[in-house]
Structures are given as structure tokens and as C-alpha cells.
Ligand binder design. Structure first.
Ligand SMILES: Nc1ncnc2c1ncn2[C@@H]1O[C@H](COP(=O)(O)OP(=O)(O)OP(=O)(O)O)[C@@H](O)[C@H]1O
Ligand SMILES: [Mg+2]
Length: 433
């Protein structure tokens, strides 16, 4: 029997003109943590979707426990023991922990009558697998991301998982929560389960993984034990470049602040916030979840309430009443959740890029100049190397990092004085220049 639980050879997948996977080889050993790493758009999620049966491959072979697998459905992949924990965790926020844990097995068993006792038993059994303790009757939507994730892991374990795949599980976690998650991951590994862990974060990859597979532009460029790799090699494989330590050194900082915030207060959200921001400067604003950092950003973009305090822009005290008003005052805002707030996913990439510049493109009688729209948006596609062969395609066809490039382009196409970025690096490694 092969030493591998899952072995994939020559996997190829194209989406129209995009060669998402170019003859990729990939293998996972049982009882090991395998990290799948690579920059945005290199094909990680596509590979996972082929394993989980969500996509079919164009070419290549897959062996699971030594047996060849043809094209399978997600249900068949789950029955084999492959469980994927996606970033959104696929939970029902309005149901309880118990219901979330038991519902899949109830549906699979085609049961029609709810038996609370049985549900409770299933849920308890699931939690006991990793010795995790939580109120079975808590509403799932009220839990922290870390708790939601542990429930999702317990749910996966109910299905006799042999391979658990986690797609960037640490993005929304604090350091302490990451430590707790890693403890659980090690516990699962020691019980013989293979873990596939997708991550962008060098330190985490070195901490948790036994093996690593690094992808670049749809090809796998390194596969092997993590211990045999230096951090320098790792960066080289990820990016294809030798990277020196690269710090932003501000050079042209204005004397006068472009934005001055004094004693700003939104009752119940944030209180007495003051800072100066000069041209050419990057100001970091930090705080825990619920500390008011998002509300501060919203207030500066005309989406919040200001009960007291002042905002001064270029020496003039102003009130920012709406996002349109903020834009007129040359302020842009990249929101926290690009999928629901930053993008129109079912609209073309080009339209998304030009969304905040429609005035520039409007001609007589309010008509839009579509040629110019497309031409201008293509300049941004080139400038940021947005991974698409056609900007007419929907924004939903892009990987997370490439979608973020659209949101940024949308604002950079305007002549701004202040750009507010709310958690802009979630799921983003580095820009391929
Ligand atoms: N359904 C689709 N239709 C068209 N193109 C797609 C589709 N899914 C993925 N692609 C393209 O395939 C390439 C690989 O995308 P994938 O989502 O696998 O990247 P990723 O490595 O997961 O990136 P990220 O780190 O940003 O999540 C990208 O160029 C993407 O635009
Ligand atoms: Mg992805």
C-alpha cells in the first residue's frame, strides 16, 4: 500500500483562457499536516475543489487510499472521508450548536422526525472527539469565529474523516485562538487523520506543517518536508523573486495634516478619538473586535454618526454626510468584507473597477462610454496584474486576492486625498507586480 492517503498526478484545469492548474502533482500522507501555500490566484482553491468534487479536472489521476478516483460528487468525496472546512464554515447561524452538529447525519440517514435526545447524543459525541466544551443550545451565530471553527471541525469528525481540509482557517483568529486551533490540529494528526491546511502565513506554515506544497501560477514548484526548507527558499518559491526585507519608508510627508480628527465620539461605539494624518503617511488604527475601529472608519466615510468632536480636511472643518459626500471630499473606503460590501460579484470586472468613476465616463444625455470604461479598467488590470483574460467576466470568477485588487483599483482611479482601508489584507499575500 502506498505511503500516501491522497495522491494526485498531472492535474490540469482550465477556465476559458485561464490555466488554473498546470499538471500539478500533490500528495498527502496520513497522520501528517500538509500545508498548501502560494500567492493569490495560484490555484489553491481550485485544487481543493477538485479533491472535494466541486469541480471536475480536465486531466490527471487521483488515488485515494491507493484506489483510483474518477469524477466524484461532493457527497461521494465526503463518504470517502474527505471533509472540507471552507472559510465561511458553512454553518447555519440561526440554529443551535446541537442542530448544526446533528443536522447532516440526520439528513444523510433520511430521518423525518426530530428526536431531541438523539440530536443531543450526536452533538455530544462530536464535541467529545476533540474534548471541546460548549453550550449545546447556544445560537451558532452568536459564537466567536474560533468557536464556530471548532464546531465545524467536530462536525467534520462525525463523518469518519480521514482527510480534513481547512481553507485559510486562521485569517479571522487572534494569536491565542490560533494556538488553540493548532493544538486541536496536532491532536487530530496524532490520531492518524491527515490535515491539509491552506495558508499564506509563513510563520504559521513553519509552526504547524510536516510537509508543504508551494504553488505558483498554477504549477507546483516545491513539495516536500517543511523542515528541509529555509524561510528564504520558501519566499523564493512563493514569489519567484528574492525578497529583501522591504519596509515602507515615508519620504514626502506634508507639514500640515490632510485629515485631522479631534475628540470624535459616536456614542456607544467610540469615544474621544483624536489623530492627525499627513499626506504621504500611513496611519495604522488597531483594536480588538468590537473596539469601534470599523465604526470610526464608517464615520469618516459618511456612514456613521458623529455626536461630538470635529473632522478637519485640508484645514477646513467638515461634516461628512454620506459616501457620495465623502467621495466628493476625496475620501475612499475599502470595506472589511469585500464580498458583500466591496464588490458587485455578478457584474463584470471592468464595471466593478469603474464603479466609483462613472462621472468621468458619462457623456451627453447621461449615457456611459463603454469603450472608455473597458479601456480604462484594462489599464488597472495590467497595472495590478489582475489574473483574468477578459475584464468582461464577472468579479466572482477571480480569486480573493485578485478581487481585492479590483476594490483598490476602484478607488485609485479617483484622485483621493485619504484612502481608508479596513482590514485590507484578509486572504491576501502580496501583490504580484
Ligand atoms: N469558476 C471560475 N471561473 C473562471 N476562472 C476561475 C474560476 N475559479 C478560479 N478561476 C481562476 O483560476 C485561478 C486560480 O484561482 P484560485 O481561486 O484557485 O486561486 P487561489 O490560489 O485559491 O487564490 P486566493 O489565495 O486568492 O484564494 C485564478 O486565476 C482564478 O481567476
Ligand atoms: Mg482561494
Amino acid at each position: 500500500m502506498s505511503e500516501y492517503l491522497l495522491q494526485m498526478t498531472g492535474i490540469d484545469k482550465r477556465f476559458g483562457g485561464v490555466h488554473a492548474l498546470d499538471h500539478v502533482n500533490f500528495a498527502v500522507r496520513p497522520g501528517k499536516v500538509m500545508c498548501l501555500a502560494g500567492e493569490n490566484g495560484c490555484g489553491k482553491s481550485t485544487l481543493v475543489k477538485i479533491i472535494s468534487g466541486a469541480y471536475t479536472r480536465d486531466e490527471g489521476e487521483v488515488l485515494f487510499e491507493g484506489k483510483p478516483i474518477q469524477h466524484i460528487t461532493p457527497a461521494e468525496s465526503s463518504a470517502l472521508g474527505i471533509q472540507v472546512i471552507y472559510q465561511d464554515l458553512s454553518i447555519f447561524p440561526n440554529l443551535t450548536v446541537m442542530e448544526n452538529l446533528a443536522i447532516n447525519s440526520e439528513i444523510t440517514a433520511k430521518r423525518k422526525i426530530v428526536n431531541r435526545k438523539r440530536w443531543e447524543q450526536t452533538a455530544k459525541e462530536a464535541l467529545s472527539k476533540i474534548g471541546y466544551d460548549i453550550d449545546l443550545y447556544a445560537r451558532m451565530g452568536d459564537l466567536s469565529v474560533a468557536d464556530k471553527q471548532l464546531v465545524a471541525i467536530c462536525r467534520a469528525l462525525l463523518f469518519n474523516a480521514k482527510l480534513i481540509i481547512m481553507d485559510e482557517p486562521t485569517t479571522a483568529l487572534t494569536k491565542k485562538e490560533v494556538d488553540a486551533l493548532f493544538k486541536t490540529v496536532r491532536q487530530l494528526r496524532d490520531s492518524g487523520i491527515a490535515i491539509m491546511f491552506i495558508s499564506h502565513k509563513t510563520e504559521e506554515i513553519f509552526e504547524i506543517s510536516d510537509d508543504v506544497c508551494i504553488m505558483r501560477n498554477g504549477k507546483n514548484v516545491y513539495s516536500g518536508p517543511t523542515a528541509e526548507l529555509t524561510r528564504k527558499d520558501f519566499t523564493y518559491y512563493m514569489t519567484g523573486r528574492e525578497l529583501e526585507d522591504d519596509y515602507f519608508v515615508p519620504t514626502n510627508i506634508s507639514k500640515e495634516p490632510v485629515l485631522k480628527v479631534d475628540h470624535l465620539t459616536w456614542n456607544g461605539k467610540f469615544h474621544d478619538v483624536s489623530f492627525d494624518l499627513r499626506k504621504g503617511e500611513i496611519l495604522g488604527i488597531t483594536g480588538l473586535l468590537g473596539s469601534g475601529r470599523t465604526e470610526l472608519a464608517l464615520a469618516l466615510f459618511g456612514l456613521g454618526k458623529v455626536h461630538s468632536g470635529t473632522i478637519t480636511l485640508n484645514g477646513q472643518q467638515v461634516k461628512i454626510t454620506s459616501p457620495i459626500d465623502a467621495q466628493k471630499k476625496r475620501i475612499g473606503y475599502v470595506p472589511e468584507d469585500r464580498l458583500t460590501e466591496g464588490l458587485c460579484l455578478r457584474q463584470p470586472i471592468a464595471d466593478n473597477i469603474m464603479l466609483a468613476s462613472l462621472k468621468q465616463l458619462t457623456r451627453a444625455l447621461g449615457t456611459l462610454n463603454h469603450d472608455e470604461l473597458f479601456e480604462k479598467s484594462n489599464e488597472w488590470v495590467k497595472k495590478f496584474s489582475i489574473a483574468t483574460d477578459d475584464a468582461h467576466k464577472h468579479a466572482s470568477t477571480l480569486s480573493g486576492g485578485n478581487q481585492q485588487k479590483i476594490v483598490l483599483s476602484k478607488w485609485l482611479n479617483n484622485d483621493l486625498d485619504v484612502l481608508i482601508l479596513n482590514g485590507p489584507t484578509v486572504g491576501v499575500e502580496s501583490w504580484a507586480r
